[in-house]
Structure formats: structure tokens, C-alpha cells
Write a protein that binds this ligand. Structure first.
Ligand code: SDX
Length: 428
């Protein structure tokens, strides 16, 4: 590694600090600031806009060029040539599987899809109109109760089995959320179906008849899973890493990731996009909402637009848009929502505000339209995002736990009261 240094002269300081600079395979250099604490100063970076929290080999994003690589493979190539379980294997092990490895991995996952029967009673504690993400936070965290004592996070095999269980069981738990809300019986997984077809079976199948899966829809579902599988150190992945850094079990860490994903600024945006398009209603109202999005005094934001990293375009949105057209063509539906979304995209992308602020459609802008066309209710959109992102979360958790790590413990800039003595209530 080239011996590069940054020099930091503290105001009025008698000395200049030399901070090591590290270069990765791709992307910006990083300045190692760990020695600053000993000098009595902290870095200050609310929202971690300029902070590299870890070293990782899993995913690389170039926001300026719209590049997203998983273990070096571009997302559009994976979306068009892999399936979700192959992408899971790649994220977990770092290489594309051989034919034999793929068959063994697929079998392992598809034979872990059932959940402990006791867990089905957990759902009954929720109201039927509970938001499915609230249910997922609960039931995924509850998996800890079924595996906690059989899990040594320092044992590589135990970590691998936890990864298998989570990837395999998330579709089952997710589909059960939907069935519970609509009052239909839970559908058991079928090992003879592929991962995405099995999910659609558990979502839309009923015990009274054979489930018929449309292969085009199953392929679109699989592509959506691939496009949401991982995305570097985003808010929910950073939450999983922080939870894992305390030694918490992986099921609890994934539940923490689900909670973080739920917010409308993050994974909740796909649900928010559909609600926003619903509210806009017609192309004639687009200008009004664009004006609201530009108004500093209006908290309204154009959901599905903008990204902390992508300042050019989100490569996933491009693939998602193509998939959107394929699905609507296959279903023979010309959802006016899509027309509206494309109009909104055209108008926003020609508006100087969005151009200056580099706000482009992100992964969430089109995904909701596809999911709605497949018949998935809006409230389930973020659950599907969580299902797909589980492999990314667990890959990052495993990468951290399998090497040396420290408990995450940021500091602060304190601007509260200086030390003062207690005053009795009589004297206040
Ligand atoms: C995901 O991190 C990831 O990788 C996340 C994700 C993943 O796969 O894990 O990619 C998934 O979360 C995608 C993002 C989904 N969220 C949305 O679509 C919600 C709408 N988008 C915004 O809330 C916003 O763009 C964020 C949260 C996504 C990014 O916000 P940043 O990077 O913190 O940027 P910012 O809030 O500082 O905004 C910069 C400027 C601001 O204006 P100024 O204060 O500079 O005048 O752009 C404006 C913002 O007001 N702005 C928007 C806007 N997004 C940013 N204005 C209108 N509409 C928007 N959508």
C-alpha cells in the first residue's frame, strides 16, 4: 500500500498531525482518523456523509457514474443473467457458484423454508390491520427465541446456518404477514418450486386449489429481489453492523435492520411512492407537486427521487423500469400509475431544481408499480424489500464478525449545559 499521509494542523496547535491515507481497489481514498481521540479531538459528520465506517469487499457503488457492483459484477449483468439465489451465493461467498455449488446451495435454502410451527401463533397477537412491517420486526426478532441458544457467532458454521435460515425463511414469514392481514390460511412452502415461485405460491396460493405460477411474473419477482439484495453501507445495513458489533445474535440484528429499513426515506419509499402517485392522481397535478417538492418550507419530497450516493442515476432504477414494462405488457395492463410515473420522471428530470440537486429516480420509484401490477398490496412493498435485503444484511454481518471488530460507539459534539449543582424545588 502506497505510504500516503494527510496533514492536519489543529488551530493554534503547535504540531501538525500526520494521518494515514488508505486506497481501496475502487473508490475514494480514506483518511484514518483513529489517532485523533488521543489528541483530544473528534471528527464531526452527522448522517455520515463523509465517513467510511468499515472496510468491505461485498458491494461497490460509484454515485457519480451510476455504478453498482456486487463482488465486482455489475448489477445489470446479475439482474439479466443470474437468479436471486445465485446472487445470494455470490454476496455470501464472494464468487459465482459452480453448477454443483449452485444446486447444493439451492437445495439447502429450499429445504430450510419452513418455520417452527409455534411461530405461527405469534402472528395471532397482532391486529389484523397491523402494518406488515410491524409484524416482520416482531416475528424476525422472535426467531432469536428459536435459535439463540444454538448459535455461537464465533463459529463459522453456525454463522453459515443462520444465513441459510434467514434467507430461506424470510419469504415464508413475509407471505404469512400478507395472509394474516387478509384473513386467509397460511400456505406452507413447497420445495419443488424455485425461490421466487415459492414466494408467490405462499402469497397467492390457497389450500383449496393448485397454485398456478406465471413464469414471467416469477422472473420479475426474482429480478426485484436481485435489485434489492445489497447496497453497501446504507442506513439499514449500518444498523445491522452496529447491532452485530455488540455481539447480538444475527436474528436480532436483522430485526434491527428491518426496523431501520421501514422509514420512508429508506426502504419505506416504495410504499410512499405509490401513496404519492395516488395523491397526485392525474398528470395535470404533477406541476403542483413538483412545486411542493421544491418549496423549502414544504416538507413534501418527491418520493422515489434522490439518493445519498447516486448523483447521476440509480442503475437499479433503469433495470426496474424495463421490468416494469415487461410485467405490464405480460399482464396486458396499462396501469395509469405507470403513465403518471413516467410523466413525473420526464417533468422532474427537465426541471432545473432536480437537475441542480442531482435528483434522479431511485430503486424505489418503479418497484412499487411492478409490485402493484403483480397484485401485492402497497403495505407489503417494504416487506419485500426487507426479504430481498436480508442476504446483504447477513453478508455484511458475517464479514464483520468473521474478522477483528470493535463495538461501534460514536462520540458527539456536546452543546448542552456545563456542570451545575442541583437546586432544591423550594429554591427554583
Ligand atoms: C433507498 O442508502 C441507500 O443505498 C438506500 C437504498 C438502498 O438500496 O439501501 O438505495 C434504498 O433508501 C433509496 C432512497 C429512497 N428514499 C426516497 O426516495 C425518499 C425521497 N428521497 C429523499 O428523502 C432523499 O433524496 C434521500 C433521503 C434519499 C437522500 O437524502 P440526502 O442524501 O440526505 O440528501 P439531502 O436530504 O441532504 O437532500 C439534498 C438536497 C436537499 O435540498 P437542500 O437542503 O440542499 O436545499 O436535495 C433535496 C433536499 O431538500 N432533496 C429533495 C429530494 N431529495 C433530496 N427534494 C425533493 N424531493 C426529493 N426526493
Amino acid at each position: 500500500m502506497v505510504d500516503k499521509k494527510a496533514q492536519l494542523k489543529l488551530e493554534g496547535g503547535k504540531k501538525t498531525l500526520e494521518l494515514p491515507i488508505y486506497s481501496g481497489t475502487l473508490g475514494p481514498d480514506v483518511v484514518d482518523v483513529r489517532s485523533l481521540t488521543a489528541e483530544g479531538v473528534f471528527t464531526y459528520d452527522p448522517g455520515f456523509v463523509s465517513t467510511a465506517s468499515c472496510e468491505s469487499k461485498i458491494t461497490f457503488i460509484d454515485g457519480g457514474k451510476g455504478v453498482l457492483l456486487h463482488r465486482g459484477y455489475p448489477i445489470d449483468q446479475l439482474a439479466n443473467n443470474s437468479d436471486y439465489l445465485e446472487t445470494c451465493y455470490l454476496l455470501l461467498y464472494g464468487e459465482l457458484p459452480t453448477k454443483e455449488q449452485k444446486e447444493k446451495f439451492d437445495d439447502t435454502i429450499m429445504n430450510h423454508t419452513m418455520i417452527h410451527e409455534q411461530l405461527t401463533h405469534f402472528y395471532n397477537g397482532f391486529r389484523r390491520d397491523a402494518h406488515p412491517m410491524a409484524v416482520m420486526c416482531g416475528v424476525v426478532g422472535a426467531l432469536s427465541a428459536f435459535y439463540h441458544d444454538s448459535l455461537d457467532i464465533d463459529d463459522e458454521r453456525h454463522r453459515e446456518i443462520a444465513a441459510f435460515r434467514l434467507i430461506a425463511k424470510m419469504p415464508t414469514l413475509a407471505a404469512m404477514c400478507y395472509k394474516y392481514v387478509i384473513g386467509q390460511p397460511f400456505m406452507y412452502p413447497r420445495n419443488d418450486l424455485d425461490y421466487s415461485s415459492n414466494f408467490l405460491h405462499m402469497m397467492f396460493g390457497v389450500p383449496s386449489e393448485e397454485t398456478v405460477i406465471n413464469p414471467i411474473i416469477a422472473k420479475a419477482m426474482d429480478k426485484i429481489f436481485i435489485l434489492h439484495a445489497d447496497h453497501e453501507q446504507n442506513a439499514s445495513t449500518s444498523t445491522v453492523r452496529l447491532a452485530g458489533s455488540s455481539g447480538a445474535n444475527p436474528f436480532a440484528c436483522i430485526a434491527a435492520g428491518i426496523a431501520a429499513l421501514w422509514g420512508p426515506s429508506h426502504g419505506g419509499a416504495n410504499e410512499a411512492v405509490l401513496n404519492m402517485l395516488d395523491e397526485i392522481g392525474d398528470v395535470s397535478n404533477v406541476e403542483k407537486f413538483i412545486a411542493k417538492a421544491k418549496d423549502k418550507n414544504d416538507p413534501f419530497r418527491l418520493m422515489g427521487f434522490g439518493h445519498r450516493v447516486y448523483k447521476n442515476f440509480d442503475p437499479r432504477a433503469k433495470v426496474m423500469r424495463e421490468t416494469c414494462h415487461d410485467v405490464l405488457k405480460e399482464l396486458g395492463t396499462d396501469d395509469p400509475m405507470l403513465e403518471l410515473a413516467m410523466k413525473l420522471e420526464d417533468i422532474a428530470l427537465s426541471d432545473s431544481y432536480f437537475i441542480e440537486k442531482k435528483l434522479y429516480p431511485n430503486v424505489d420509484f418503479y418497484s412499487g408499480i411492478i409490485l402493484k401490477a403483480i397484485g401485492i398490496p402497497t403495505s407489503m412493498f417494504t416487506v419485500i424489500f426487507a426479504l430481498a435485503r436480508t442476504v446483504g444484511w447477513i453478508a455484511h454481518w458475517n464479514e464483520m464478525i468473521s474478522g477483528p471488530y470493535k463495538i461501534g460507539r460514536p462520540r458527539q459534539l456536546y452543546t448542552g449545559a456545563a456542570k451545575r449543582d442541583h437546586v432544591s424545588i423550594e429554591d427554583r
